[in-house]
Design a protein around this ligand. Structure first.
Ligand SMILES: Nc1nc2c(ncn2[C@@H]2O[C@H](COP(=O)(O)OP(=O)(O)OP(=O)(O)O)[C@@H](O)[C@H]2O)c(=O)[nH]1
Ligand SMILES: [Mg+2]
Length: 470
């Protein structure tokens, strides 16, 4: 649950820092298709709509108190990250029929300047005219790339062993067969040439693509193999895991040596600069998780999403010793874990979803709290496509959601089943969770000041920004 912090003393040092440089960096962390672009679009559009009144954000305290005086997206700074395509994402929702913004293929940044009236008399007296400025800065990026973060801590040998072990297990094993056969025919310590490395890489990439498409798995590394973005020299991608015994060193000129050199170059020239951009001086973090999709896809996909999330969150150790802090100066003091697309389930199930979300990140929550960060879990829909209702099924009244499926002609009334509050036990998976439709987003006018319907976005923003807008 998102609660309010009344321990004002805790907030003082942070506030000073925020007011001094006037910029709050919000990290939006989420795997591929988790809903990052939808979240950023709705956040910006709804903050623009909250100028002078609550707009669509009645639970964001500064908006409810009519203290947001102006909001405007800032032009990109020269030679910086290209701007987030707000016009395009809003235009997609304003089209007839409205459609979802495209999947993200590169890093984009949005900077939103908010001018607000200070809430406290004390601060009002200190600040000229009682107003202050806050720039909220957010990066959007392809979700696949997030899974490269753990690589920064791993050697080629360690990563290879872990990835091979995973590839030989359960649903991955049949999909990995061609690649594993190739690797068996070309031992790591034999002479390596670029052509062979390329073949092995392609087979490994096909395996990753099959894991995603056929089994809806999430832990697919390296992230750029499925979504390369702009890479000048593609040779840096042409590697894959190879079996290497612990402590063994591949002989010079061998296939494994070539692969290892590329793995290290990939980390140095691609992964490291990306995370330097992504995590530099981050203050707040929201972790978006499409829990419903994973539930829907079944036991393997659910377990795999959990593993991917744990792998990422283990590197976000928060506090002083965190990798992000050491490498990039992140000093995250608030983290919100959010189950996205909560408009697929009716109100009561959203409470279940929130509880399930909190359960899934129990260990990370404990770590973050130990590091004195504030942590909460929620269920939200950045762009609400449905309405709640009730139906009678087999003589019993049940809660449903109603909405127009994408490309459909008529609205459907959809009974999503019961969301479990804890990760489902083995028996649960006997039957698949109900298949979720992709709903068409609501049509908006796109005019400034016209917000986007959502669920709990304002509560999420209040948790993340409230002290900075006080
Ligand atoms: N019903 C509903 N669907 C949503 C919502 N947010 C996202 N979706 C669906 O999820 C899809 C992916 O959302 P995006 O925001 O593009 O996800 P992303 O994390 O940016 O994905 P990548 O850019 O590929 O990493 C959308 O195309 C929608 O179909 C929501 O609030 N409600
Ligand atoms: Mg995106």
């Amino acid at each position: 649950m998102i609660g309010r912090d009344t321990r004002a003393l805790d907030k003082l040092p942070r506030l000073t820092a925020l007011v001094r440089n006037g910029t709050l960096r919000l990290a939006v962390t989420g795997l591929s298709r988790s809903g990052k672009t939808a979240f950023i679009t709705s956040l910006v559009q709804n903050l623009l709509s909250s100028v002078g009144g609550p707009g669509r954000l009645p639970f964001l305290r500064a908006a409810a108190e009519r203290r947001v005086l102006s909001a405007q997206p800032l032009a990109p700074e020269a030679d910086e990250v290209p701007p987030f395509p707000l016009k395009e994402t809003v235009a997609a929702l304003a089209a007839d029929p409205p459609h979802w913004p495209a999947s993200t293929t590169d890093v984009r940044r949005v900077r939103l300047l908010l001018r607000f009236a200070s809430a406290s008399v004390l601060r009002r007296a200190r600040l000229l005219g009682g107003t202050a400025d806050l720039t909220v800065e957010i990066l959007d990026y392809p979700g696949e790339w997030l899974l490269d973060l753990p690589l920064l801590q791993q050697s080629y040998g360690d990563w290879s062993r872990a990835t091979l072990a995973l590839a030989r297990r359960r649903v991955r094993a049949p999909l990995a067969r061609d690649w594993l056969d190739f690797v068996a025919r070309h031992p790591a310590d034999r002479a390596g040439d670029p052509q062979r490395a390329l073949q092995a890489h392609q087979l490994y990439r096909d395996f990753l693509a099959a894991c995603r498409e056929r089994e809806q798995l999430s832990l697919l590394q390296p992230g750029r193999f499925l979504n390369p973005g702009q890479i000048a020299d593609l040779a840096v991608l042409q590697f894959c895991p190879m079996p290497l015994a612990i402590g063994a060193r591949a002989p010079p000129g061998s296939l494994a040596t070539l692969m290892e050199a590329r793995f290290e170059a990939y980390k140095r020239t691609i992964v490291q600069p990306f995370f330097a951009q992504l995590a530099r001086n981050v203050d707040r973090q929201i972790v978006l998780v499409d829990v419903l999709r994973a539930l829907n896809a079944g036991e393997e996909a659910f377990a795999d999403q959990r593993l991917a999330l744990d792998t990422i969150l283990a590197t976000f150790r928060f506090g002083r010793r965190s990798l992000l802090r050491r490498l990039f100066g992140a000093r995250i003091d608030r983290v919100l874990f959010a189950a996205t697309k909560a408009d697929h389930v009716p109100a009561l199930q959203r409470d279940h979803l929130e509880a399930l979300m909190a359960n899934l990140v129990g260990a990370a929550t404990l770590r973050a709290k130990t590091a004195r960060a504030r942590v909460a879990a929620t269920a939200l829909a950045s762009i609400r496509c449905t309405e709640d209702g009730t139906d009678v099924i087999d003589g019993r009244k049940v809660d449903i959601v109603a909405g127009l499926p994408e490309g459909g002609e008529r609205r459907i009334r959809f009974f999503p089943g019961i969301v479990p509050v804890t990760p489902p036990p083995i028996g649960f998976w006997g039957e698949r969770f109900t298949e979720f439709p992709v709903f068409q987003p609501p049509r908006i006018t796109g005019a400034e000041g016209d917000g986007i319907p959502h669920i709990n976005l304002d509560k999420a923003l209040d948790f993340l920004l409230e002290d900075a807008l006080a």
